[in-house]
Design a protein around this ligand. Sequence first.
Ligand code: IPM
Ligand code: MN
Length: 330
Amino acid sequence: MTHRIGIVGGDGIGPEVVAEATKVLDATGVGYTPVAFDLGGTRYRRDGEILPAADLEAIRGLDAVLLGAVGIPEVPPGVMERGLLLALRFDLDLYVNVRPFVAPPSSRNSGVDLVVVRENTEGTYAGEGGYLRKGTPHEIATQGSVNTRFGVERCVRFAFELARTRERRHLTLVHKTNVLTFAGDLWQRTFDEVGRSYDDIETAYHHVDAACIYLVQDPGRYDVVVTDNLFGDILTDLGGAVSGGIGRAASANLNPDRTGPSLFEPVHGSAPDIAGSGRADPRAAIISAAMMLEFLGEDEAAARVRDAVAKSEDVVGTTSEIGDAIAERV
Ligand code: IPM
Ligand code: MN
């Protein structure tokens, strides 16, 4: 069977790291048909299109999407992010963003092996809000956080199921229930209620500010973490920083119900400051490709990619040299 994989390089270092990820995919011998999409800031500046309906429809028919990064300095913040990346997350109902952090043996936090399950379609990302009296001294801007019982519950349930597949079987809810007394309360109640069906899973709750301290000082205490969209965004950059660097932080935007394709991408952004310099670490994109292979049922190929990444731990070089080294070992 050959998988139809959408390839969206995007902006900045996105296309560079995705090229290395497809190089590694090729080396696995897994049958796949790449379907390239010209989407991102460059396209937008050329013809004003961000995510044309025809492209979205084509993407819906695929088995998975591999995406590099989105956003360029020439386009105001939010345009590409909301118009392309968030649009894909929402339209394809990619309701969990799974972000694993496994510190390499050489790193200060060797032994850390945690995964953040970030709610991926709601919260402050939902786009609720607006302006009143924009541009006047009395301007008002609101940006609400949307939390539905349905959305929170399916995310929390996914996290409990994931915790069940892991050795420690431990799940921490991270939120800010002491201040966000409406949203936090919904999350806490849902977490407690869902948790009643998982008495084999040990649970904990941390406020997000405290979780930042623990992630830096004692990340080994975490196994699976579940949290809302914005806290998850912030915590996962921190997670990358304490587990060998953001250059190796991978993610899977999943539609666990498989009513459409899931999307796999590095946690990092388009890093325009280093685009074209060969300094981007392609490992995050390559590990994202391994997560994609796993989700597609290609476990053996995924294991070979992960193994090759582990064996190339000490390779230093340009983006493509690192990609070559990993592809050779696959
Ligand atoms: C991420 C990124 C995105 C996010 C941006 C690019 C919209 O930071 O995937 O973590 O905030 O979710
Ligand atoms: Mn982020």
